[in-house]
Design a protein. Structure first.
Lengths: 225, 225
DNA sequence: AACCGCATTGACCCGCTGGTCAGGCAGGTG
DNA sequence: CACCTGCCTGACCAGCGGGTCAATGCGGTT
């Protein structure tokens, strides 16, 4: 797994450039319909170079996917108030995810839904599974505190993660003209409503509209210093 | 659109057989990874015959997709109590869908999520859009009756349809060992919770656990006569 | 200058797969 | 029986696209 070639600054930059071009194209036409030659053409280099940096197309995709998950998770972490109650934290996480996904739309069209290609279920699925577990933990905490209704935590968590991806997808694919912040709040509301033990709680959490932190910046496409 | 060749009984049967085999294989390995030759081999016929019944692989997929949507819609219609209130009808529709999708799993792995392939967004998307509109109408009705909280009906409807597909997907892909009826009820609960104007209403609708109608039968794979 | 290794090129190879085609068979009809 | 039409066959073709490779450039080190 770690036979990383030694890359010069130029090399690293070129590799990143290929990743970005690929992401862009995958997003536009999908993985299968993007030829290696399209990628290198977009980057303005020769085909052979592709195989200098990547074993093959598949490996590139995997690198891309893992990278995005990481960024998303980091962004979530940043926009969650560690002192808030479980349900609020879930809401913040969801809202921030919706915004993050919207801002980095081109990257997410890829992995939102986990079976574009049979080959990638593993990367993509374990990716979501991480988020699901994060949420499940919070849900358990919330149930214990009486904030969240008593139902199967894992099942609920899957739904929460799913619904976030779903609405991001809608936004990305042009349905829902709703501005992104509004959509994020809508999703937050939806999730709170679905989880809350009763509407006393739901309303109180909605009311305290503490918006989540930053993470409003798009991933820089290949802009290294 | 209607240049249907005249088919004898045998011909129709053979065509159906190809459709079924294709559905099976698509479900197993995905559209892109299923060769025409795999399909005909599974059906035990020669390759050329495929092109007797279908223009090409793509057209076969479209036929398949439309067919399944139709069946789902019909099944839903059958399992909804026309005299019930809007929210209850939504719940019944969702539960029935979850069950229907589970029973006909092999067929649904295909179109549940609408972007396996760029080429099919149109069929698949207009497919879901029909369901979304159905639900949106019910939601408007429910809002007017004070049963459903006042939020964007279309947005809510998308979520409802989405969540059904989502959990069906989980079930199909082996996560969630929960038995199907339980899962259906879980989804029903989730949806009711997400939509209800307050939990008085939610609870009352959950309590009256009137299970939806029939539609418990799997699509017969090519069993004519 | 001689050398080395990262970086880059593009022509070439080859397997795969969608799609074609010329022809053969069976059953119904005149 | 001759004939037509729907059904069926499998060898064949063509193009596409992933992946290879021998050759070259180029900047830094000795």
């Amino acid at each position: 797994m770690e036979d990383e070639r030694r890359l010069t600054a130029q090399g690293a930059e070129r590799k990143q450039q290929l990743l970005d071009c690929a992401a862009q194209l995958f997003a536009e036409r999908g993985y299968a319909d993007t030829r290696v030659i399209d990628i290198v053409r977009a980057a303005g280099v020769a085909k052979g170079l592709f195989y200098w940096y990547f074993e093959n197309k598949e490996q590139l995709f995997r690198e891309l996917a893992e990278d995005i998950r990481l960024r998303l998770r980091r962004s979530q972490g940043e926009s969650i108030d560690p002192d808030a109650d479980a349900l609020t934290r879930i809401r913040q996480g969801c809202e921030s995810s919706v915004r993050f996904m919207a801002i980095n739309a081109p990257f997410f069209s890829l992995l939102e839904v986990e079976n574009l290609d049979r080959r990638f279920v593993d990367v993509l699925r374990t990716g979501t599974e991480v988020h699901v577990n994060d949420v499940a933990t919070l849900i358990r905490e919330g149930i214990a505190a009486g904030l969240i209704r008593d139902d199967d935590p894992l099942l609920l968590a899957r739904g929460v993660v799913g619904i976030v991806g779903l609405y991001s997808h809608f936004h990305r694919t042009g349905r829902s003209d709703v501005p992104i912040d509004e959509l994020a709040q809508f999703v937050g509301r939806w999730v709170v409503r679905s989880l809350a033990a009763d509407d006393e709680i739901a309303r109180s959490i909605e009311r305290d509209g503490s918006r989540s932190g930053p993470a409003e910046t798009a991933i820089e496409p290949a802009a290294r210093g």
